[in-house]
Write a protein that binds this ligand. Structure first.
Ligand SMILES: Nc1ncnc2c1ncn2[C@@H]1O[C@H](COP(=O)(O)OP(=O)(O)OP(=O)(O)O)[C@@H](O)[C@H]1O
Length: 598
């Protein structure tokens, strides 16, 4: 019950729906008791004494009771539905909010399929249980209490004899629940495997096709589909066994009742009316026994779902604001960035950065060069406060970024990453993603600077063209240019170009960079690139190797020094005369040389 205690804030605010729905169901159940009593009255006080004048009144009473009971059942469904949906709505929004606050560290390990199922299937299980399951369990208990008390009040000995097979019914139901519960769990797992296969296949369709792995994918799906089928068949055969057993035990009650009750009527120990009422009341006890397995299963499933939902809601947020965060003012922020003795490691890994010191005055351009895995992107991630720095500090305009409001810090930074993510929306919306209230002119201006305007205008619907999921339908370079326009429109103090022009050809890169010049003016810019041509104009170029800064200086300085920068330069400009003769350091640096050149 601890799970439901923790979920209380989500359903307790809707208690008026909950209480009304439960009350309606209880009243409907209580009204059900009127039928057996009417029957008893009809037989004993009307038919047996042939006083048929009372029949119309009795018939009208039945109609009235049926109408009221139906209305109550409707209200139970109506309020229960409202309750379930409103609780699910609150939970869904809370989960989505939580997903937004969770830090990069969480997403490094999170599984898409698992998160999706928490937001859909698990929420659905909770919605059903809170909306209906809980009331049904209460109602079940009530039916047994009402039915048994009434039967006891008519003839307690007959009640006890009739209910002799009840414990067996109960045992059978509980045993069934024990078997069906793991079967359901396996079925859900099999379903999840199946959907993961489909999801990965669709997402990676290009890889599948280009490696001609369709038969392998079909086989993989067949195996999982077969597993799901087996689970379904297993569950169906459990149900198939359950029903006859329950039917047998329930009918045993009836047989005992008919035999002993009939005998008692002949003996005139009970009246015929009482016997018939008794007979129709037995359903009040047998019904809940049938359902007990189903309801317990429903409860355990929703409890498991509740645990999964709570696990996500209670997930630790690694990067969060301090109690009194400093909000960066967009007007006055200058964008002076400093890294002071920053050493950083990702969880459970060796440090990705060692003792990094960078001073990037407002408006300067910093180039970052280094082999794959040397820590360039990590520097950028840390600047965006994606992870917490524990050793050393990073400041913006002299303020430690841990003191800054995370949102306000990130609103001053516009990144263009290696991999461009586009939403399945119009190109206009994709460019305007990071800002509110933006005009068409501003969008076009940004697109022109990013050299995206011309190709956008060539599309049949121009800026209204809907790009497919993750930007399918556009070339890598086109996607990147949209991403650059998206960063530009944000008008940030700090601009990050993380291999931003890697997907465009040299000529376009040249054009974009011409646009960058205008754009970078007055903004602190970090450029990560593998092409010297992208960062040769930087004020300072920092060369990284395995998390350490190994060289620092302007292009002109670095190209004159022996070391990885000059080697990279020589490789990339191989068709031009080498800057200087290869010296003795060159041989030592050969390994690094290969790594840097990528
Ligand atoms: N999210 C992460 N979780 C754990 N380790 C990571 C994570 N991101 C990067 N690393 C590790 O940190 C080190 C530095 O990676 P980083 O991405 O900063 O390199 P990079 O220089 O940007 O490489 P590239 O040029 O390939 O983008 C690598 O060893 C990498 O495996």
């Amino acid at each position: 019950m601890d799970v439901f205690k923790q979920l209380k804030p989500f359903y307790w605010v809707e208690r008026k729906y909950m209480i009304t729905s439960i009350l309606c169901l209880m009243c409907a159940t209580a009204l059900g008791l009127v039928y057996p009593n009417l029957l008893r009255y009809l037989i004993d006080n009307v038919i047996l004494i042939e006083d048929f004048g009372k029949v119309p009144a009795l018939a009208l009473t039945v109609v009235g009771v049926v109408a009221v009971k139906a209305s109550l059942q409707f209200l139970h469904g109506f309020f229960g539905g409202r309750l379930g949906n409103r609780v699910a709505f609150r939970l869904r929004n809370a989960l989505y909010d939580k997903l937004q606050t969770l830090s990069f560290q969480y997403y490094d390990k999170a599984k898409t399929g698992d998160l999706m199922s928490r937001l859909t299937a698990d929420l659905e299980a909770i919605r059903n249980f809170i909306g209906f399951g809980f009331a049904q369990i209460l109602n079940m208990v009530l039916m047994v209490v009402f039915g048994a008390s009434m039967m006891l009040s008519i003839h307690w000995q007959l009640t006890l004899i009739t209910l002799v097979s009840m414990p067996f019914l109960m045992i059978a139901a509980l045993r069934f629940e024990k078997l069906i519960h793991p079967a359901f769990r396996e079925m859900r797992q099999a379903m999840s495997n199946l959907t993961t296969a489909v999801q990965e296949n669709i997402t990676g369709v290009r890889t599948v096709k280009s490696f001609a792995r369709e038969p392998h994918e079909v086989n993989k799906f067949l195996v999982r589909s077969e597993q799901y089928k087996q689970n379904q068949i297993g569950a169906a055969s459990l149900w198939a066994k359950y029903f006859p057993v329950m039917e047998l035990l329930a009918n045993l009650c009836m047989v005992i009742l008919l035999a002993i009750g009939g005998y008692l009527v002949i003996q005139e120990s009970i009246s015929l009316g009482e016997f018939v009422a008794f007979f129709s009341m037995i359903g009040y006890i047998i019904g809940p026994m049938w359902g007990v397995g189903f309801h317990i299963n429903n409860y355990t499933q929703s409890k498991a779902s509740g645990e999964r939902v709570l696990e996500l809601l209670n997930e630790h947020v690694h990067v969060r604001n301090t109690d009194h965060p400093i909000v960066l003012d967009a007007q006055t922020t200058k964008g002076h960035v400093r890294f002071e003795n920053v050493t950083f490691n990702y969880p459970d890994k060796a440090p990705a950065l060692y003792d990094i010191n960078i001073d990037a005055p407002a408006g300067s351009v910093i180039g970052l060069l280094g082999a794959t895995g040397s820590g360039k992107s990590t520097i950028i991630q840390l600047l965006m406060h994606a992870y917490n720095v524990k050793n050393g500090r990073i400041t913006v305009d002299g303020i430690d970024i841990r003191e800054l409001d995370v949102q306000s810090l990130r609103s001053q930074i516009a990144p263009v990453f290696q991999e461009t993510f586009l939403f399945s929306s119009s190109i206009r919306n994709n460019i305007a993603y990071g800002v509110k209230d933006v005009t068409q002119e501003e969008i076009e201006y940004a697109a022109k600077l990013a050299k995206a305007h011309d190709f956008i205008m060539e599309l049949p619907q121009g800026y209204d063209t809907i790009v497919g999921e993750r930007g399918l339908g556009l070339s890598g370079g086109q996607k990147q240019r949209i991403a650059i326009a998206r960063a530009l429109i944000k008008n940030p103090r700090i601009l990050i170009l993380d291999d931003a022009t890697s997907a465009v050809d040299m000529e376009t890169e040249h054009e974009i960079q011409a646009g960058f010049k205008e754009l970078m003016a007055g903004r602190t810019t970090f450029i990560i690139a593998h092409r010297i041509s992208s960062l040769r104009h930087a004020d300072v170029i920092i060369v990284l190797d395995e998390g350490r800064i190994v060289q620092r200086g302007t292009h002109e300085q670095l190209v004159r020094m022996p070391g990885p920068y000059r080697q990279t330069y020589n490789i990339q400009y191989a068709d031009r005369p080498h800057v200087e003769a290869v010296d003795e350091h060159e041989t030592e640096d050969r390994t690094l040389h290969r790594r840097v050149s990528r």
